[in-house]
Design a protein around this ligand. Sequence first.
Ligand code: C2O
Ligand code: CU
Length: 543
Amino acid sequence: MINIQRRRLLKFAGLTAAMAAVYPFLSYAEGMIGMGNQASSDFDPDVEIELKQEVVDIPIFRGPETRVWKVFGKVLKGPETAIVNHAESYIAPTIQLQKGQKVRIILKNNLPAQSILHWHGLHVPSKMDGNPMYAINQGQTFVYEFKVLNRAGFYWYHAHTHGVTAKQVYSGLAGLFIVSDQEEQALDLPKGEYDVALAIQDRTFDDQNQLYYNNHMMQRMQGFLGNQIVVNGQPDYVLPVASRAYRLRLLNGSNSRIYKLAWDDGTPMTVIGVDGGLLERPERHAYIMLAPGERREIWMDFSGKAVGTELTLRSLSFDGSMFGGMMGGMHGGMGMMGRMRGRMMGGMHGGMMSGGDLPLGGDYAVLKVRVSKQVQAQDKLPEHLSAIKPLRLQDAANADSPRNILLSMRHMSALLNGRSYAMDDIRDDEIIPVNTLQAIAFDNGFGGGMGMGGMMMSMPHPMHMHGEQFQVLKREIDPRFRAGYETVEAGFVDGGWKDTVLVMPGEKVTVLKPFNDYKGVFMYHCHNLEHEDMGMMRDFLVK
Ligand code: C2O
Ligand code: CU
């Protein structure tokens, strides 16, 4: 195997060198070999970036270094600020662009596996979106070219490789993607070192400091849970702050863990932005829910706090257990599911395998903030943040009959409308006319779909759609699931533009999504990455 790969690499290197000699203007000749994608001559980028994926060892703990899959970034053209590398962590470089910029991103895959990167939340052409069909092999290159159409916001990017997205993201293939624009810059929000992005993830490290991952059936059904929280790739994360206001951008980059975030001193969470940028005005919540793939931006003012003051951002307990509130028709049935749950939480799958001391819905610290210097600042939270045009149901092409997407888990599979993911498998109800607004309802067992077949179970699913951002129209909860729902409900921030929405057991969430500008294939899926890899993912064809 290794020999074959080496020979391929040599052959590949030779070919590239030869082609470069004959055609020196073909700087991305690799793209001509087999798969991949090459730069186009009629695209004149404002910013050109190279992202190289490598296997490296990094010092996360004392003792043995940790082997990770890491992305290294380099600016080839345009402002140096377009890329911020994080040398000390497995986190991929942060990409920082302006709305309206044309960007070329040259992805080089030096990993011993196929891979492709997807720009989560960005509105880009189908071919530039990182669909798994565009995965490239070791040694190959994929060139992305697109114009940044998105408004200012906190987006991100990650591997999206067929069947192994969870494993690849877990190994390190994920980074932040921050877009700025004039509307945002006109506001006097905290900038520079006072604008801090925090990627929240969970990991399990073994006694050799190596990342531990398994995808046994039970881990796939509930999603992998690490037994340790890491922030920006670091365990026991402490953020030193000055005594003033901060803009904190929170990403849930975990494979499956859902957070219910709150400050431990009772300060409300002041939300100023969600997935697709700033809200119209700030919202205060006692806690906020943050599901995999989602982002929130919060305003936090540390002024008046003495140096040395510590605050903890915690995840509070909620009913998020795999079988919590399951199975209408099997009331009180501690039958088979109850026994399975008991076994999972206790003995057999305890410890490393199911989150250890950090079960889903537990109460634990996520990160700490320590006030470390006094500054004079007069920060004022703007009352009005941005203009958001509300989408209206009556403008949807299918206003009378929203597309219903039934989320289900049964017979050990996770399905959308009873189907599993397959490439090139568009069905009639997955074809969408371009430049239309669509009403789409994610139905997680609302109104009695449960219980048929006996083996159906109910879990929260963070549903994500590629392409343009959407707006949440309404949430409906089946009364049988009310009790569990009340432990999370106050933490939804449904205003503004979203690309991922948490759908709780027994819930139906209807959204309005524009499909403008680009034809082609765009994915929709559960962002619990183990569910996604299990097949809880499909393509829309926009045409
Ligand atoms: Cu963040 Cu299709 O993914
Ligand atoms: Cu799911």
